[in-house]
Design a protein around this ligand. Sequence first.
Ligand SMILES: Cc1cc2nc3c(=O)[nH]c(=O)nc-3n(C[C@H](O)[C@H](O)[C@H](O)COP(=O)(O)OP(=O)(O)OC[C@H]3O[C@@H](n4cnc5c(N)ncnc54)[C@H](O)[C@@H]3O)c2cc1C
Ligand SMILES: C=Cc1c2[nH]c(c1C)Cc1[nH]c(c(CCC(=O)O)c1C)Cc1[nH]c(c(C)c1CCC(=O)O)Cc1[nH]c(c(C)c1C=C)C2
Length: 542
Amino acid sequence: MDGQAQCAPGPVRVLAVVSGSCGDPIRESPAPVDPRGPRCPRTHLDPRDPLDSPFLCVLPYRPLRDQDPGPPSSSSSWGIGGLSAAFYLSRSAQVSKVVVLEGSARVGGWLWSNRRPDGAVFELGPRGVRPVGPTGRNTLNMVEELGLESEVLPVSQDHVASQKRFLFVRGQLWEMPRGLSGLLRPTPPFSRALLPLLLSEVFVSRAEDQDETLHSFVSRRFSSELADIAVSSLCRGVFAGDSRKLSVRACFPDLHRAESQRGSVVLGMLLGTVGRPDVAPGPLALRAQRERWAQWSLRSGLESLPEALKLQLQSRGVELHTGAQVRGLQRTDSGWTVQTESGPISADHIVSALPAQALGSVLPSSCSALASLLEQVSCVTVAVVSLEYSSAVLPVQGFGHLLPASEDPAVLGVVYDSVFFPQHNSPEGDSTRLTVMMGGAWFQQVFGDPDHVSTDLLLSRAVSAVTTHLGVKQLPVWSNVALHRDCIPQYYLGHAQRVELMRSWIRDADLPLSLVGSSYDGVSVNDVIFSGRTAAESLLQT
Ligand SMILES: Cc1cc2nc3c(=O)[nH]c(=O)nc-3n(C[C@H](O)[C@H](O)[C@H](O)COP(=O)(O)OP(=O)(O)OC[C@H]3O[C@@H](n4cnc5c(N)ncnc54)[C@H](O)[C@@H]3O)c2cc1C
Ligand SMILES: C=Cc1c2[nH]c(c1C)Cc1[nH]c(c(CCC(=O)O)c1C)Cc1[nH]c(c(C)c1CCC(=O)O)Cc1[nH]c(c(C)c1C=C)C2
């Protein structure tokens, strides 16, 4: 639970600090060499602020009768966590005013869609959202409330992109095992059939330790081969991280709950576990269930979601401010003074959607114990290389492929974007859009300091991965290199306990502060939106 707000009687203002600077500006380059030249002219995306420009969201909050003009307003951009917190706070009748401050110039944080003038969309951050579970239903309910139903692009569970995922292991592409045959027969690159592993897992005893790495958990309960190949790849495909360091409890709480509640992952999956409280599906979420969606996006890219949130917040009277970087936070009798570039702001409560380390660096010295916990949540850097080929070049159809760390630390995986969202292709021709993701936990080791890495090196590494992995001899006709510095938090061993400690420290110190965003309770878009809702609700209950 979030730190409970100790709201002083009288006017109550909530200040949410939300980070929004998202790494380097995009470096876009024409295709390496193509005799016909690039099909599209170089496009320039919205410029982003430098990395050190913070992105702030200030949410003053007070009873309706006690209106306050708040700081001057201007429009700007927020990460999905801060926007969501503002969305859930501002729809409450208890809240008369919400003000959002930030330092960058575009909406959405990592929800970042590169829209080319010819209509093609290249996602630079998330490209698909899952509709399942309480958090998936919650996001669809929000999408509906924002009036975006007609923009939704669903991908059904029967679609080839939902059915087929690949691994690139020992220099070859392998389809991940699925269905009965995948269970009964050994399916390369795995040497053993899965069924006996699943059956024997039921008899493996529970761990005594509080927490365990994903690699150790899966080696212990299933096999070291599964851990080395499948789990290493999975951790790279979700956290861009190292399965030998990531915590099972924090990264995949369902697995941890299955073991602790049922004594077995398999039994937990069959019998179910008690987790997050459920969320009632609205009509769109019910449609997703009926039509068996596996994931969804939006017609103009996922960035439309924060854009619609921004419009919704403005229509509710939320004030949106840019150029108000948080320099520091000081405690006052009634809450906080926030030092910003444009002057100090008073607030009774802060909902922070800054990355944990950024929040740690602006807290006052009286909060040093909390700051040192926050500073332990580090992030990894990912190079996202978008490539467009002029024709259908893929030898296989599916979602994409991943590589275990042992295969190639540099390349995490390749997404076959044009397979599952052909609506985002250029309207002309039969092009193939791919995204190569590189670096993550191995970025420094492979590419060195992100400040000094060359765009050409990243581009040529990505193009050669596509050639080697997929046998594509053509060169791309268009490309874009984006370096996302510190974009995915790593939930290392002990993360969940650290987050509990942060929140109990906040409670014990009566600190009017809530923690929102990908640094704490899950990195997916659904998790982050849900964290905004949880923080808003727990604040409104206080
Ligand atoms: C390449 C990529 C692919 C992804 N794919 C998926 C997917 O397919 N499905 C899915 O569900 N999720 C996906 N995610 C995860 C999801 O997009 C993010 O976890 C989520 O958008 C984070 O939202 P947020 O509001 O917590 O953070 P954001 O605000 O979006 O980001 C936090 C930003 O704060 C900046 N910052 C750092 N220091 C400071 C400071 N001092 N002051 C201010 N700002 C600072 C950082 O640069 C960082 O970019 C992906 C993420 C990435 C990067
Ligand atoms: C190769 C790197 C990455 C790819 N996607 C991401 C990275 C770092 C980031 C990412 N992908 C997903 C999430 C959200 C998780 C969730 O709980 O919804 C994030 C933060 C979704 C996802 N992608 C893959 C899996 C197994 C998942 C989990 C949910 C699901 O099963 O759909 C696999 C995968 N990711 C990438 C590729 C190339 C790939 C598999 C072939 C890219």
